[in-house]
Design a protein around this ligand. Structure first.
Ligand SMILES: CC(C)(COP(=O)(O)OP(=O)(O)OC[C@H]1O[C@@H](n2cnc3c(N)ncnc32)[C@H](O)[C@@H]1OP(=O)(O)O)[C@@H](O)C(=O)NCCC(=O)NCCS
Length: 145
């Protein structure tokens, strides 16, 4: 069984590094990582941390209302496809709705776009390039409608 828990900023770092930063010379620490309104979620299987994701207050001029940005969504390769990512997002939707946040948005790697679509996100605008990582779409999900 997979359990979702709030974790510390530092607990996200090893999985971010392994899954998102292999051969990618970009920081694994994000602006806002240590802000008091930032939320980090971890997925645990038999007490082992197998996936992480972070949620930061970040205004996006493309959307109305109040916004959070999803960053650092990553599941260890050997545990991908077992529901950890989906369960973390479901928990995040509940927490952010409770805070009356209207929109959760992210910059999604092309390979992850269909994963986000399955969780109710839509793409916004044209695809764009992020150096060293590749093509992305901005994606968003309305939380309070
Ligand atoms: C994208 C990622 C976070 C998904 O996490 P996960 O724990 O494997 O996802 P889940 O097991 O919760 O998948 C939920 C559903 O999405 C599907 N899915 C997962 N990854 C998918 C992908 N890349 N494309 C399409 N569908 C995907 C699953 O099959 C599952 O479908 P189902 O509900 O019909 O069974 C994970 O594959 C990952 O870490 N990838 C590498 C890093 C990355 O690209 N992160 C996103 C950066 S923007």
């Amino acid at each position: 069984m997979i359990q979702i828990k709030i974790i510390s900023t530092e607990e996200t770092f090893p999985i971010r590094l392994e899954v998102l930063r292999k051969n990618i010379p970009l920081p694994f620490e994000f602006n806002g990582d240590f802000d008091s309104d930032t939320i980090h979620l971890g997925a645990f299987k038999n007490d082992k941390l197998i996936a992480v994701s972070s949620y930061m207050k970040a205004t996006n001029k493309n959307f109305e209302g109040s916004h959070y940005q999803l960053r650092g969504m990553a599941t260890l390769t050997e545990y991908q496809g077992f529901g950890a990512g989906k369960l973390m997002l479901e928990q995040a939707f509940l927490i952010l709705k409770e805070k009356s946040i209207d929109i959760l948005w992210c910059n999604a790697r092309i390979a992850a776009v269909d994963f986000y679509k399955k969780q109710g996100f839509q793409t916004f605008g044209e695809k764009f390039d992020i150096s060293f990582v590749g093509e992305h779409y901005m994606m968003f999900k309305k939380l309070n409608s």
